[in-house]
Design a protein around this ligand. Structure first.
Ligand SMILES: Cc1cc2nc3c(=O)[nH]c(=O)nc-3n(C[C@H](O)[C@H](O)[C@H](O)COP(=O)(O)O)c2cc1C
Length: 417
C-alpha cells in the first residue's frame, strides 16, 4: 500500500529533523532484523529454474555489453534474478543484501506481477500469491512501496524514502533486463506505484546495457588483482560500503582519487534518457577528487574550505559507531530540485515523480562504481545550504538524493547465498 506524501517543508525538506533522522545512530532493535520475508504463500506452480538460468546468463555476460534481444526470455525470471537477496554479511547490523541498495537493507519496494496475481519475495526467491489478486488490464508489472517495511523512527520520511527507492529499484530492473536483451517501458507514475512492462529490446546487441556504458572491461582487466568483469560479478560486487564488525555507516580507505577514465565512466552513468513520466525537474551535479583536490563536473576546482564544509555536513561526526569518513570519498553526486516550486507548478504527484527520478539517476552510478572497484552509497543526509552554496544553486533547491563513491577496506566479509 502506498502512502500519500505530505509536503511539510519544515519537517521533510530542510536540514534539521528530516535530514538528521536518516543518520541518527540507532540501537539495534526489531528494525535491525532484515532477514525479511513477505510471509506470503508461494505460488504452487512456481519454478525457480528460469531465475537460475538468468543468473547463469548474467555470470557469462561481459559488462557492460548486452545480450541479443529475446535470448533470455521470461521477464518474471529476470525480475527475480535482479531482486533476489543473495549476500549475507554475517556480522552486519543489516545482514541480508540484494544486488541493489535499499534503506537499511529493508527492501520496502516489491514487484507485483499483475497478470498472474503474484508478488516477488526477494528473501524466499519465490513469486507468491498477491493478496491484491490478478488484473489482466494494463501493464504487467507494478512496483508497490510497503512503507511499513521501513523502521518506524523514519516517521513521515518513510513515503519519501519509498519513492526514492522506487526509482532505485526501477533503474536496477531496467539495467539487469537491459543486460539480457529486454527493455523496461514505464507507463504510469508514482501514485499507485510505477507500472511497467519488460519487452524485447530494440537496441543494438553489441551496445551497452548499462546506460552508463563507459566502463571499459579491457581497462579493468589490465589492472592487477581485478578480473574482467561480467554482469554477474558486477552485481555481486555492488555495495554501499560498510564498517567492519557490523558497525553502522561506511568506512572509506585513503586513496589517490579517481583516474580520468573512471570519473568519465561515472559521469556517463548520469546521462541518457529517463523513461519516466513527468518533467525532468531534477538536476545532477557531481564533484570528483584527484589527489587531494576536488573538482566540479566542468573541471573547475572547488575551494577546499567549502568542500570541507559539505563533507562535514553529512550526518554525524566520525565515531566508532558512525563511520562517515567522507573526506576520503572520491566522487559525489547530488540530485537536486526545488520541491516547493514543483508542487506549486505541477502538483504533489510531480514531487513524487521527482523523487523516483532522483533514485533512478543515482542508482545508475552503482554499476560503473562496482566496475571500478568502488563502493557507492546512496544518501540523503547532506546539509542542503552547504551543498547549494558550493554548487552555486538557488537556496530553494534541496538534495533529494546523493551518492558517495570511494574505496572500501571492508570487503571479503560477505557470503554469497
Ligand atoms: C533511497 C536510499 C537512501 C539511503 N540513505 C542512506 C543514508 O542517508 N545514509 C546512509 O549511510 N546510507 C543510506 N542508504 C544506503 C543503505 O543504507 C544501504 O544500501 C544498505 O545498508 C544496504 O547495504 P548495501 O547497499 O551494501 O547492500 C540509502 C539507500 C537508499 C536506497
Amino acid at each position: 500500500m502506498t502512502t500519500a506524501v505530505h509536503l511539510d517543508p519544515d519537517r521533510l525538506w530542510r536540514h534539521g529533523p528530516g535530514k538528521s533522522a536518516a543518520v541518527a545512530p540507532v540501537r539495534p532493535g526489531p528494525e535491525a532484523d532484515s532477514s525479511g520475508g513477505l510471509g506470503l504463500r508461494p505460488a504452487l506452480e512456481e519454478d525457480t529454474a528460469p531465475m537460475d538460468a538468468v543468473r547463469a546468463a548474467l555470470a557469462e555476460l561481459t559488462y557492460p555489453a548486452r545480450a541479443a534481444a529475446g535470448s533470455v526470455g521470461d521477464p518474471a525470471a529476470v525480475i527475480g534474478a535482479a531482486l533476489r537477496v543473495h549476500r549475507l554479511e554475517p556480522h552486519g547490523e543489516y545482514a541480508f543484501h540484494s544486488s541493489h541498495p535499499s534503506v537499511r537493507a529493508k527492501y520496502p519496494v516489491v514487484v507485483r506481477d499483475r497478470s498472474r496475481g503474484l508478488v516477488f519475495d526477494p528473501w524466499s526467491w519465490r513469486w507468491c500469491a498477491d493478496p491484491v489478486g490478478a488484473d489482466r488490464h494494463g501493464p504487467r508489472f507494478r512496483l508497490q512501496v510497503r512503507t511499513e517495511h521501513l523502521p518506524r523512527f523514519y516517521g513521515g520520511l518513510r513515503p519519501i524514502l519509498g519513492d526514492l527507492e522506487q526509482g532505485v529499484t526501477l533503474r536496477h530492473l531496467a539495467t539487469v533486463a537491459g543486460a539480457v536483451g529486454l527493455e523496461l517501458v514505464a507507463t504510469e507514475g508514482a501514485r499507485d506505484g510505477v507500472a511497467f512492462d519488460l519487452v524485447p529490446g530494440s537496441a543494438d546487441p553489441a551496445g551497452s546495457a548499462d546506460p552508463a556504458g563507459a566502463a571499459d572491461p579491457a581497462d579493468d582487466a589490465a589492472r592487477p588483482g581485478v578480473d574482467a568483469p561480467t554482469w554477474g560479478r558486477i552485481l555481486e560486487r555492488r555495495s554501499a560500503g560498510r564498517m567492519p564488525r557490523g558497525l553502522p555507516g561506511a568506512l572509506l580507505s585513503a586513496s589517490r582519487g579517481l583516474r580520468p577514465d573512471e570519473s568519465a565512466a561515472l559521469a556517463a552513468a548520469l546521462g541518457g534518457t529517463v523513461p519516466l513520466p513527468g518533467p525532468p525537474v531534477v538536476g545532477m551535479h557531481t564533484l570528483h577528487r584527484r589527489g587531494d583536490r576536488w573538482h566540479r563536473d566542468d573541471g573547475a576546482p572547488v575551494p577546499a574550505a567549502a568542500m570541507a564544509e559539505v563533507l562535514a555536513s553529512h550526518g554525524l561526526p566520525n565515531a566508532p559507531r558512525n563511520g562517515a569518513y567522507l573526506e576520503r570519498a572520491e566522487f559525489l553526486a547530488f540530485a537536486t530540485a526545488d520541491p516547493d516550486a514543483i508542487a506549486a507548478e505541477c502538483g504533489t504527484e510531480a514531487v513524487r515523480l521527482a523523487l523516483v527520478r532522483a533514485g533512478w539517476l543515482i542508482q545508475g552510478l552503482s554499476y560503473p562504481a562496482a566496475a571500478c572497484g568502488r563502493v557507492c552509497r546512496p544518501t540523503r543526509s547532506f546539509d542542503d545550504p552547504a551543498v547549494t552554496s558550493l554548487l552555486g544553486r538557488p537556496r530553494r533547491e534541496h538534495v533529494l538524493l546523493a551518492a558517495v563513491i570511494g574505496v572500501s577496506p571492508a570487503t571479503g566479509i560477505e557470503v554469497l547465498l
